[in-house]
Design a protein around this ligand. Structure first.
Ligand code: SF4
Ligand code: SF4
Length: 453
């Protein structure tokens, strides 16, 4: 007699857990325990501990992802998302969110609690000293930002591999993720660290070269402008590149490709959201209220940075520290850095991944996204085209849109999706079971602009 088939909708898979998942989990747990121990015990420092910790973190994550998405391979990659406490705002999501938020608070305002010292480091920061010496010579020590940059890059790399395993049948997702990983590793991590090493003690300006104003809010601040001026040819190249980047490159590329060239292919914030935040993308609110809030907030931040930058430049060229009797640092630079640069983009932007979704910053706060969105909505060839005859209204596209766009609404009406907030991640198209959606760059004349305003 044949076995009765399992008709349950919610039980998930019944295959046993592959050894890759169990051993991967074990390695990640040990690596995290070592990092936690490093914050309290001075003995966990030195190259061996650092490479052992990073090695276990990377190997464990990749093994786990391989076991889950390649060996186990149960149904759609997003099976069970709404039933796991970590990805459905359950207890684990709150615990994880609280831990992430705490980490960012320590990183920004209490780095000494992570081990940053005046003369020598201890704790978690000291764990990364050997790597800092590799880049900057034997006397160097890690800063909290070096530690953060290293962990950030490792996360994008390992969870990028996970993303590739998960969406490996889709060429757009695979190529996009490889570019994201390479951009983070080379342009945001290796090149700036090597350039900084070559600066030989001069003021630091050789930052991530794809980090354009207005996302890079300190680009026009006096210390940064001075550092570039004193930085010789390299400094001048950085200054000119930075200006070309926001004034020419950004509008032109957004016209041809939409904002996806930046948000989904090279930006570090977008890179983290796409890879580390992939499990939380469905948590973005699709309500009209959230959409209204998004438009006010993101354009508000854009106006805010334009005003702050204008005032800062006035101070720089006039040689004055105040404008109309108001201190520029106290009332303009510092509040923006605190409210937007630290609180919004870091603490809320990443700390709240497990509760609000992975693109909170990109959707509600990023001034670069707002700037590109102005072109994308009115003057860009990019759109998502719809083959409405095939739409079965399943809602997968809307569910997994990290920017909270109700893609199904457009699909059911046969209307192209042209939204300022779309980052062109392509996940709506990837998860659509009927191949209804296609990301395209087409002639402006045939573009159906958004009807819902
Ligand atoms: S919205 Fe901003 S932070 Fe997010 S990916 Fe785009 S440019 Fe980067
Ligand atoms: S509409 Fe599609 S491509 Fe655009 S952000 Fe949403 S899921 Fe990504």
């Amino acid at each position: 007699m044949s076995e009765p088939s399992n008709m349950a909708l919610t039980t998930g898979d019944r295959k046993s857990t592959p050894w890759q998942c169990t051993s991967g989990t074990g390695l990640v747990v040990i690596a995290l325990a070592l990092m936690a121990l490093a914050t309290t015990r001075a003995e966990i420092t030195g190259a061996i501990w650092m490479w052992a910790t990073l090695g276990m973190l990377i190997t464990g994550s990749v093994l786990y992802a391989y076991g889950t998405f390649v060996v186990k391979q149960v149904g759609e990659p997003n099976n069970g998302t709404w039933f796991a406490p970590l990805t459905s705002r359950g207890t684990w999501a709150w615990v994880f969110g609280a831990m992430l938020t705490l980490f960012y608070v320590l990183l920004y305002w209490y780095p000494e609690m992570l081990g940053l010292g005046e003369q020598t480091n201890t704790g978690l920061v000291a764990l990364f000293d050997p790597l800092a010496m590799l880049f900057h010579g034997s006397g160097a020590k890690a800063s909290q930002w070096f530690m953060y940059g290293t962990l950030y890059t490792v996360l994008i790399l390992t969870l990028g591999i996970r993303f590739i395993f998960k969406y490996r049948r889709n060429r757009y997702q695979v190529i996009r993720t490889i570019v994201l990983m390479a951009a983070q590793t080379c342009l945001a991590y290796l090149v700036p660290e090597i350039l900084e090493g070559l600066q030989d003690g001069k003021a630091y300006f050789a930052k991530d070269i794809k980090y354009f104003w207005p996302l890079n809010y300190y680009f026009f601040e006096d210390w940064h402008l001075d550092a570039m001026r004193q930085g010789g040819t390299l400094g001048m190249v950085c200054l000119v590149w930075g200006i070309i980047g926001f004034a020419l490159l950004t509008p032109v590329l957004t016209y041809f490709l939409g904002k996806r060239w930046y948000c989904s292919w090279i930006c570090g914030c977008g890179g983290l959201a796409e890879t580390a935040g992939d499990s939380f993308r469905h948590l973005s609110s699709k309500s009209i209220r959230a959409w209204k809030l998004e438009r006010w907030l993101i354009h508000g931040v854009l106006v805010y940075i334009v005003v702050v930058t204008a005032v800062v430049l006035y101070g720089y060229f006039s040689g004055s520290g105040s404008i109309a009797g108001v201190d520029i640092y106290t009332w303009f630079r510092r509040p923006y850095g605190f409210l937007i640069g630290s609180m919004f983009s870091g603490v809320i932007g990443v700390g709240f991944y497990p509760l609000l979704g992975s693109r909170v910053w990109c959707r509600f706060g990023c001034p670069m996204a707002a700037y590109m969105g102005l072109f994308q909505r009115r003057l860009s060839k990019y759109r998502i085209t719809v083959n409405s005859g095939q739409c079965i209204s399943c809602g997968q596209c809307s569910t997994y849109c990290e920017q909270g766009i109700d893609v199904r609404w457009y699909a059911m009406r046969g209307q192209d999706v042209v939204r300022a907030s779309c980052v062109g991640c392509g996940i709506c198209s990837t998860v659509c079971p009927r191949g209804v959606l296609k990301l395209e760059n087409g002639p402006m004349e045939t573009l159906q602009r958004e009807a819902r305003t």
